[in-house]
Design a protein around this ligand. Structure first.
Ligand SMILES: *Cc1c(COP(=O)(O)O)cnc(C)c1O
Length: 390
């Protein structure tokens, strides 16, 4: 599609990748091809498009953009992040094994343990920061290492290059859920991963108006297999959603820069606030993943979690109820700031003893820091913390 190459800067890729003027009209923006089928001049004589589950020009432009942004040869778009994951898992066979992180996104954990475990696939959850723990589960049946870094909500960091190195020479392929970092802050394929997955719903879409997922890889054979599954199973996004994401991508670099700046300012502000015991943000040198994050990321992102000094459920509920700019909601990665309480929201299905082991206590609050003026965001958090303790 587009002749953008990895030597272009990330911002240039964000604006231009995948997009070319419409050949029939010169329209600079990719048209929204709201069509299910394409007229053929004669039997089998078509212009590369037959049916929109298989191909749609708006989706093709977006898929080319996805590939370029992650420095991969191929991009595939799906109806949601979980639909993208579902497709990767369908390349496995009964008897195959997967190793993943013990601080996994809840929806991914549910897909692994309540859907694919019934198809004879075994999942192991280990601390992927501990390469010995990874190697202990690695065997001749291991086909996938499913990495998520940084994790939700504790912002744990996994060394992608070290994991890729540890499984070299085995049949295990490394997939990285890069949702929290976005391609602006981390490019796993450059670090030795075989595939990248994103919940496009978050930073890539960026405006909280689309649910979508994607996969990027440079493995031609794997791409072909996934492309066949995408067409056979059909979890494709519609052209209007593809257009919205193409539009969102154009400001991805600017948004991520602001998310990072605001996240950093808020992390530092909260760290010296008397009502806060601990701030979980990989930019702090005291964060256990700081060294690796500083090496493999181009910024520390806009996700910040903090534990209240009293670590109390009622105080936490009061804080999230009292913010005005930070809206109480699940999800993340949009332009507007969101606040959440993992213990009762995203992690409510995880037993208290289990979640508390990773730090998800009753007094933990998670922020998806948006791109508003940071002094307004800080003032909002300050007044909520003051009222909750009043
Ligand atoms: C949201 C999310 C997903 C799932 O994506 P959907 O688009 O909601 O299906 C997967 N991984 C991470 C890290 C997420 O935040």
């Amino acid at each position: 599609m587009s002749d953008m190459s990895p030597h272009h800067g990330r911002g240039t890729l964000a604006v231009h990748a995948g997009v070319e003027p419409d050949p029939t009209t010169g329209a600079i923006m990719t048209p929204v091809y709201l069509t299910s089928t394409y007229v053929q001049d004669g039997v089998g004589n078509h212009k590369g498009f037959e049916y929109s589950r298989t191909h749609n020009p708006t989706r093709s432009a977006l898929e080319a953009a996805f590939a370029a942004l992650e420095h991969g040869s191929h991009g595939l778009a799906f109806a949601s992040g979980l639909a993208a994951m579902d497709t990767v898992l369908k390349t496995l066979q009964p008897g195959d094994e997967v190793i993943s992180t013990n601080d996994l996104y809840g929806g991914s954990y549910r897909l692994f343990t309540t859907v694919f475990a019934h198809y004879g696939i075994t999942f192991h959850f280990v601390d992927l920061g501990d390469l010995e723990a990874l190697k202990a589960k690695l065997n001749e049946h291991t086909r996938l290492i499913w990495v998520e870094t940084p994790t939700n909500p504790m912002m744990q960091i996994t060394d992608i290059a070290a994991v890729a190195e540890a499984v070299k020479g085995t049949e295990a392929r490394v997939v990285v859920d890069n949702t929290f970092a976005s391609p602006m802050l981390q490019n796993p394929l450059d670090l030795g991963a075989d595939m990248v997955m994103h919940s496009v719903t978050k930073y890539l879409g960026g405006h909280s108006d689309v649910v979508m997922g994607c996969l990027m890889t440079s493995d031609d054979a794997w791409e072909e297999e996934l492309r066949t599954l995408q067409n056979s199973c059909g979890a494709v996004p519609g052209p209007m959603d593809c257009f919205l994401v193409l539009r969102g991508l154009k400001t991805l670099h600017l948004r991520m820069q602001r998310h990072c700046e605001n996240g950093e300012a808020i992390a530092h502000h909260l760290a010296q606030h008397p009502a806060v015991a601990k701030v979980h943000w990989p930019g702090f040198e005291t964060h256990p993943g700081h060294q690796v994050a500083a090496r493999q990321m181009h910024g520390f992102g806009g996700m910040v979690a903090f534990t209240l000094a009293d670590d109390n459920l009622d105080t936490a509920k009061a804080v999230v109820a009292k913010t005005n700019l930070f809206t109480l909601a699940e999800s993340l990665g949009g332009v507007e700031s969101l606040i959440g309480h993992p213990a009762t929201m995203t992690h409510a299905s995880i037993p208290k003893e289990v979640r508390e082991k990773t730090g998800v206590t009753d007094g933990l609050i998670r922020l998806s820091v948006g791109i508003e003026d940071v002094q307004d965001l800080i003032a909002d958090l300050d007044q909520a913390l003051a009222q909750a303790h009043g």
